[in-house]
Structure formats: structure tokens, C-alpha cells
Design a protein around this ligand. Structure first.
Ligand SMILES: Cc1ncc(COP(=O)(O)O)c(C=O)c1O
Length: 331
């Protein structure tokens, strides 16, 4: 199971909890996505899947990753939580991120492109994976009847499963150790309304990102600006900035100044995740593997931050943000 180190503790947790071995690869800058040159080195016969996030909306090199997965017969899971609405073009076909792999995931936690308050979605076009996903969502049930439905398949009372007697109610037959991950009707109602506004959210996010880029592009001797992946049209989650170390500027001082002017900043989530305290007890174990020295992930930990491109921001607000960032860097 491969992942890049810079981003999310959140999707690594289940890999560890499940007892699988995550393998961490470095990122490239200024894409802040997985360095595909390391993929082959990371592969072993035990490798089952590749799971990677599209960082802050910027698609990873889907073409290279897909070729790698096809070559080794691996599942591809796209963590699309930060990239809903991003597109990627391969062999003349343009598709949304999250639909290139076997499974895509979205988060509808409030800061994301659309929200349901909490919750998320998993998507696939593979009928078998779909059945498995629904089973894991619904306590691990074998039966596919939705709540309130009975005997859809007409075989509720005539199957034989595990060591249960023949004819045991299929409704209460469990083929997996699953969870209860259903969204509520209330969340769904919010999601339906958000979907109507979603296209305008994406346009506004792209607009805000481009406006920030224009305003900051003359500072490239001091900061590294983000770069969209080749063949992509990102639906940006945020705007990443790295301080060039040769400027002698201290990233924390820069963000403290920006925050003092009422502009919020964020670091790139967990940074180099294996440096986090949750790894303290794992460090001497063989419960994870690392490829190379994660030099760029460490660079991100020390020099990178980001600001939001929330669609509710006006041009005036974006101008103010850009002005404050300039002051922080030039003062
Ligand atoms: C890339 C990425 N993956 C996973 C998650 C986790 O999503 P949730 O908070 O819905 O569990 C997030 C949340 O911010 C995210 O940004």
C-alpha cells in the first residue's frame, strides 16, 4: 500500500488499523504530489494497492500511477477528498479525479468543496467492489436490501452461510467485520442542496486561486508558487506557498504575521507523517516502510504553508490576502 508522506494521517489510519503495511514515498515540489519515480522501488510481491491523495486539488500523475498499477495488477484508490471537480486528461479522454482508479473517496467535512456537515462518499464503477463497500458500510452484512426492504433477491430463507444452519435469515448474515458508516437523511438533504451550488463553488475556487497566483507571481525569487499537474484542470482546495530557504525567512514568522492580519493559514496537514507522535511507538517496528529519505516532505514540514480559496471570498478579500502575504515576505 503506497502513499506519499506529506499529507493525511486520516487515510493512513485505517491502513495501520487493518494491519496492512503502508509504504511512504516522497513528493515533488511544487506539485506536492507523489514522486512517481519511486514507485518501482517501493513495489514488493506483497503490494496490494496504491492509495494516494490529490494534494489540495492538484491531481497526482495519474497516467504514471495507473501504468504502474496495471503493470503489477494493483488496486488504485484515489483519495479525492481535496479534489472534487478536478479533471485529468489521458489519451484524449478527460475525466474527473476519483474516477480513474478502482475506488475514489470524498470528504464532506465543512472545509471541503462541498459539505454535509460531516461524512463523505466512496465511489466505484466495479459492481463487486460496490457490493463490498456497501457491506462494510452496513455492519458487514451479506444481504443487500436497503433499510425497510425485505427479500429483494427472493432467497432470504434458503441460503447456507458460515456454520449457520441452512435457511438462517439472510438479513442477519454477516460476511465481513464492517462498520456503521451510513449518512443520515439530514446530511443527505444538505448534500443535495450543496450539489446544486457545486459548479459555482468550483469556478469561484479556480478564480480565487488564479487571482492569488497573479498577485504573487512577482515574488518567485522569495517563494515557490504551486504548479498544476500536466494534463490537469485542478479544482483547488487551497493555495500552497513555500518559502525559499535561501531568503533566510522563517516560515513560522511569516505565517504569524499573516495570521496577525486576520488571514488564516494552514500547514500541509500532517507534513512528513512519520515524524508525528503517533508514530513514536511504531518507529522501531516493521509496521511501515519508507522509500528514500523523504527530503522533500521534510522541506514541506519546514518551509510550506497554504491559504484558502473558499468560494465565499470576494475579489477584495483575495486582494487583501495577497497584500498581507506580500508584506509578510517583503518586510
Ligand atoms: C485528503 C484527505 N483525505 C481524507 C480526509 C478525511 O476526511 P474526513 O474528515 O471526512 O474523515 C481529509 C479531510 O480533510 C482529506 O483532506
Amino acid at each position: 500500500m503506497y502513499t506519499s508522506t506529506y499529507v493525511q494521517k486520516l487515510y493512513i489510519n485505517p491502513i495501520i488499523q487493518y494491519g496492512a503495511i503502508p509504504v511512504f514515498l516522497d513528493v515533488t515540489i511544487p506539485q506536492y504530489n507523489i514522486d512517481v519515480a519511486q514507485l518501482e522501488e517501493a513495489y514488493t510481491e506483497k503490494t496490494k494497492a496504491v492509495m494516494i491523495a490529490h494534494t489540495l486539488g492538484n491531481p497526482f500523475d495519474i497516467q504514471a500511477v495507473k501504468l504502474f498499477c496495471d503493470r503489477h495488477n494493483l488496486w488504485l484508490i484515489e483519495d479525492n477528498c481535496d479534489a472534487l471537480g478536478s479533471t485529468y486528461t489521458m489519451n484524449g479522454i478527460t475525466k474527473y479525479t476519483g474516477t480513474w482508479g478502482d475506488i475514489g473517496t470524498s470528504s464532506f467535512y465543512p472545509p471541503h468543496h462541498m459539505t454535509m456537515g460531516e461524512g463523505g462518499a466512496v465511489y466505484t464503477n466495479n459492481p463487486l467492489l460496490n457490493k463490498l463497500i456497501l457491506s462494510y458500510r452496513d455492519w458487514g452484512r451479506d444481504c443487500i436490501c436497503v433499510s425497510g426492504q425485505d427479500n429483494l433477491c427472493g432467497h432470504r430463507w434458503d441460503g447456507q452461510f458460515g456454520e449457520l444452519p441452512k435457511g438462517y435469515d439472510h438479513k442477519y448474515t454477516y460476511s465481513h467485520f464492517g462498520y456503521n458508516l451510513k449518512v443520515t437523511d439530514l446530511q443527505a438533504a444538505i448534500g443535495v442542496e450543496q450539489l446544486k451550488k457545486f459548479p459555482s463553488f468550483i469556478e469561484k475556487r479556480k478564480h480565487n486561486w488564479s487571482k492569488l497566483y497573479e498577485a504573487l507571481k512577482d515574488l518567485q525569487d522569495k517563494i515557490i508558487l504551486p504548479a498544476p499537474a500536466n494534463h490537469s484542470d485542478p479544482s483547488w482546495f487551497g493555495f500552497l506557498i513555500s518559502i525559499r530557504p535561501e531568503t533566510g525567512l522563517n516560515r513560522n514568522e511569516v505565517i504569524k504575521y499573516i495570521e496577525s492580519k486576520n488571514v488564516q493559514t494552514r500547514l500541509l496537514f500532517s507534513g512528513n507523517i512519520i515524524k508525528q507522535p503517533c508514530f513514536d511507538e511504531l518507529r522501531s517496528s516493521n509496521l511501515y516502510r519508507v522509500i528514500g529519505n523523504l527530503m522533500n516532505s521534510d522541506f514541506v514540514v519546514n518551509n510550506t504553508f497554504w491559504v484558502g480559496v473558499y468560494p465565499g471570498m470576494t475579489d477584495e478579500m483575495i486582494d487583501y490576502m495577497a497584500q498581507v502575504i506580500k508584506e509578510a515576505i517583503e518586510k
